[in-house]
Design a protein around this ligand. Structure first.
Ligand code: NA7
Length: 539
């Protein structure tokens, strides 16, 4: 053991991040008898649902599939208020879980992990934090979130602006008063859309800076009554089984409908029926051809464009809000509520930064090629360095002192099923690239599956008296080849978005999420476990 390690606090596993996955990681690893130490930068649990407290933040998955399955008692006692709960409710749920299962006692909050270094001799990780902690652990679980490293584009003279600048992913706990204010929102992804539709009725004046128009689906969000809740709770077991068996971890799945064989009226009626569900079911619960076949995709794209256009009064504004450079569903499809109606308000202005780019920030606001707009507050809804950002912002050093950041920069991002990386023994990840969890999944479904697999793998290593496990180079290369093959069967790589890493300058362009289906991914993971991690190096 090195000197650093002997002086360090000794645990079996360090868990980084107290979001959905990290909390469950603590729970599962404890059950396996491990002594765990969690670290979380926020001052409480929640992860995404702690940081993203911007106005309008809300899940796009139905409440009763956006939860933990490990405790029947928890399912029975927790009452969701509506189909798509807002951020405070999900945060409250996660706090309730943390209290009930005493998750907090194993977490140190307001503490950022700065570095994690693998010791080849001791076969342990040394984890250091910004608070001076040094912890030695056999296993490291990086449950750092797939959408948790905020991106702030380098706008010229950003620092000159005298007003307030806020990134949605770092929203102030005390809230923001918009009354009478001139507000600018940059970005119109799932987040920007939620912000705009929520603050449009509150602000003095709103200017929305849009680069790419997105396809959307109107959210249908009924409140649940006691009878709804009782029914959903009674069906929880079946629902759990169902979400584990579908392509994207939702309760809906691809249908066998032959849309293209229908006459135009029947086709329109079918599309309307899917659309009316008011969920992502129109996208990933319709037909798989929407993601695979250009002509089917064009039918969906045309349908949604017509729906958008019909809601916007000014045809020139509608022209800007209708996507013109990609097909439906090839980037994340946000659910919206009265988003388009916001642009019918006289105090809301849409600026296409494709047509009139942002030149610079000024003391008073933002200057585009069209002129200066005075602003009191600028909201950056500019997204995240998805999949990798939270991992590479920590100085992770694997075998031989290899830096994960440099490794991925030099050799491209590589993982085995988003669970481990060759060269980084005993480091496990959730929501990392090349698993469905990275994007194509109802996140809690895939996170729980990943954490279960990780806990079993760790348990296997311990029970067999071994010290370390990592994927071999061959299995990793095979997974990447399979990942690429499946990705290229879809239309997604044709479009730029965080799915492809193209929102981050210099990031290698490759589909972040495994597109072969969450249920198939689960089967591959189960098979690996059954075959005692064949293809992995266990020492
Ligand atoms: P997204 O989906 O990455 O959206 C970010 C938005 O910010 C998007 O409209 C971007 O335009 C825009 N953006 C980014 N940089 C710039 C610059 N420099 N200038 C103008 N506009 C810019 O992030 P979200 O937070 O909305 O959503 C992330 C996920 O969280 C979401 O998919 C859900 O899964 C939950 P672009 O489209 O790149 O042209």
């Amino acid at each position: 053991m090195s000197q650093v390690q002997s002086a360090a606090k000794q645990v079996d596993a360090v868990v980084v991040g107290a979001g959905f996955a990290g909390m469950y990681g603590i729970q599962r690893l404890r059950e396996k008898g491990l002594k765990v130490q969690g670290f979380e930068a926020g001052h409480s649990v929640g992860g995404t649902w702690y940081w993203n407290r911007y106005p309008g933040a809300r899940v796009d998955s139905q409440a009763y599939i956006y939860q933990y399955w490990f405790s029947d008692e928890l399912i029975k006692e927790w009452d969701w208020s509506e189909r798509f709960p807002a951020q405070p409710e999900t945060e409250k749920y996660l706090n309730h879980v943390a209290d009930k299962f005493e998750i907090r006692k194993d977490f140190q909050f307001e503490t950022k992990v700065e570095a994690a270094k693998w010791d080849d001799g001791a076969k342990r990780w040394t984890v250091t934090t910004d608070k001076g902690d040094v912890v030695s652990a056999q296993f490291l679980l990086m449950s750092t979130g797939g959408l948790s490293a905020p991106l702030v584009p380098p706008f010229k003279h950003h620092e000159k602006f005298k007003g307030q600048i806020i990134h949605t992913g770092r929203w102030p706990k005390e809230g923001v008063d918009f009354a009478g204010k001139k507000v600018g929102v940059i970005g119109t992804g799932a987040t920007g859309i939620q912000v705009v539709q929520t603050i449009a009725p509150q602000v003095g004046q709103l200017t929305v800076y849009q680069r790419t128009a997105n396809y959307t689906i109107p959210m249908r969000n009924p409140k649940y009554d006691d009878a709804d809740r009782a029914g959903l709770k009674a069906g929880a077991k079946a629902m759990h089984k169902r979400v584990n068996s579908t392509f994207a971890g939702f309760d809906y799945d691809w249908q066998a409908t032959d849309l293209m064989a229908m006459n135009p009226e029947a086709r329109e009626a079918q599309l309307n029926e899917w659309f009316a569900d008011g969920s992502l079911g129109f996208w990933i619960g319709s037909i798989q051809g929407v993601l695979m076949d250009e002509s089917i995709n064009a039918v969906f794209s045309d349908f949604v464009k017509r729906k958008i256009r019909a809601r916007v009064h000014d045809p020139k504004v509608a022209d800007l809000l209708v996507p013109d450079d990609h097909g439906f569903g090839t980037r994340r499809v946000p659910l919206e509520t009265k988003y388009y109606e916001a642009f019918n308000q006289p105090n809301v202005k849409l600026v296409s930064v494709k047509k009139t780019p942002i030149v610079e920030f000024t003391e008073r606001g933002i200057r585009t090629t069209e002129g200066e707009q005075e602003l009191d507050i600028v909201i950056f809804a500019t997204g995240f360095d998805a999949g990798t950002g939270a991992l590479t912002r920590v100085d992770v050093r694997g075998e031989g002192g290899q830096s994960l950041r440099d490794d991925w920069n030099q050799h491209g991002i590589h993982t085995t099923m988003g669970l481990q990386v060759h060269g980084y023994p005993n480091m496990f990840m959730t929501m990392a690239p090349y698993s469905p969890a990275a994007a194509f999944c109802n996140v809690p479904t895939c996170l729980q599956q990943q954490v279960d697999w990780i806990a079993d793998c760790v348990d296997y290593v311990r029970k067999t008296g071994k010290q370390a496990i990592q994927p071999g180079a061959e299995i990793e290369n095979n997974w990447l080849a399979h990942h690429d093959e499946v990705a290229n069967l879809t239309l997604v790589p044709k479009t730029n978005s965080w799915y492809m890493g193209s929102n981050v300058e210099g990031k290698p362009r490759r589909l972040l999420a495994y597109a072969g289906g969450a249920q198939n991914y689960r089967a591959v993971c189960d098979d690996l476990k059954a075959k005692q991690y064949q293809g992995f190096e266990i020492a």
